[in-house]
Design a protein around this ligand. Structure first.
Ligand SMILES: [Mn+2]
Length: 341
């Protein structure tokens, strides 16, 4: 499943494919994170510098995390929300940090993207695209795009370098998670080009009061079943909230696996974390979600979403929690222990 699908001379192939000057639309995954945003912008910069082609970058969903909002504000809001007409207008679609059928991008079912650049597990649907660069062994798509820029002898301007650096930094937790040698090389290549003041501003972004309320709710809702922590946090003001809380709970002593669920736009969003080499987060979330929705991710972190279609989200969360415990062979009869009194 983790096949490496990197072309031999990716830069040349990509530029050749898009040299017909037809309109290009770059699509990061929905609710784009820094890695998706930076890789989309890096590709756009490459195309403008090497082909004189002004590609559009548009996303579905929202940029919710305070840090990500600060990042796009700092970059001058270079990407916008996708509208239906964008897809029709574009002759070439490029998917970054996602693949066809992953369930987290706006690619229409009847369109084949011209190019796919991603670091998630290989999906069979990707084989149809004329250009595919999928490298699951790498920690960030920003690393792949940085390599393209280097191959094209293009030094990224300060803003783009900062975004790419932050993309690698967040996706690999500062090179600590799932980073390969290429990520390390790209990270240190970018480091002297980074706008340090801006990066500090981004990382220290202030958050609304609801952010703290979300943590209070989550910590009160958390239940510990041996090495497993489950938390259903109800309504969320942005879809990343479940992931932030899952990250926090995965630091609890003795915990190996975390699943945090919450509601956003009539979907139950899932964030799963694993500290175990035996059962990774990606395989876990796929097993838990099954055919109820979409799921995907890496060994240590993964996510998914289940459309609610009006169902009671607390009940759906409960069922998924039971499925998670069954997967991890925790007796489901066991009562969970609250984190706080
Ligand atoms: Mn990524």
């Amino acid at each position: 499943m983790n096949d490496y699908h990197a072309p031999a001379r990716p830069l040349d192939q990509l530029l050749q494919l898009l040299a017909d000057a037809a309109p290009v639309l770059i699509l990061p995954h929905n609710d784009p994170d820094p890695d998706a945003i930076a890789s989309a912008l890096g590709l756009r910069y490459l195309l403008s510098q090497r082909l004189g082609l002004e590609a559009q970058v548009a996303y579905q969903g929202i940029i919710g995390r305070a840090e990500n909002k600060t990042l796009v504000r700092y970059l001058g809001r270079p990407l916008r929300q996708l509208v239906e007409a964008d897809l029709r207008r574009a002759a070439h679609l490029i998917l970054v940090d996602t693949q066809p059928g992953a369930g987290n991008n706006p690619l229409p079912a009847d369109r084949v993207p011209a190019a796919i650049v991603d670091h998630h597990a290989w999906r069979a649907e990707s084989a149809l695209a004329p250009f595919v660069d999928v490298r699951p062994e790498q920690g960030a798509t920003s690393t792949i795009v940085t390599e393209y820029l280097q191959a094209a002898a293009l030094e990224p301007p300060k803003g783009l370098a900062t975004a790419l650096f932050y993309g690698i930094k967040t996706d690999t937790m500062g090179l600590g998670r799932g980073a390969g040698l290429e990520d390390v090389a790209a990270y240190y290549y970018l480091q002297p080009l980074v706008d340090i003041e801006a990066l500090v501003e981004i990382e220290r972004s202030q958050v609304p009061a609801s952010y703290f309320q979300g943590f209070v709710t989550a910590i009160q809702a958390a239940r510990i079943y041996g090495q497993v922590a489950l938390a259903y946090i109800g309504g969320m003001s942005y879809p990343d909230q479940a992931a932030e809380i899952a990250d926090l709970l995965s630091r609890l002593q003795g915990v190996q696996w975390v699943m945090c669920t919450g509601v956003y736009n009539d979907n139950l969003m899932l964030a799963v974390r694993s500290r175990s080499r035996r059962t990774g987060a990606g395989q876990l979330v796929r097993a838990v979600v099954g055919n109820l929705g979409m799921a995907g991710g890496h060994g240590t972190m993964a996510g998914g979403q289940v459309p609610l279609h009006g169902a009671d989200p607390a009940q759906v969360a409960e069922r998924l929690g039971q499925a998670m415990l069954r997967q991890l062979k925790v007796p489901t009869s066991k009562a969970g222990i609250a984190l706080t009194a």
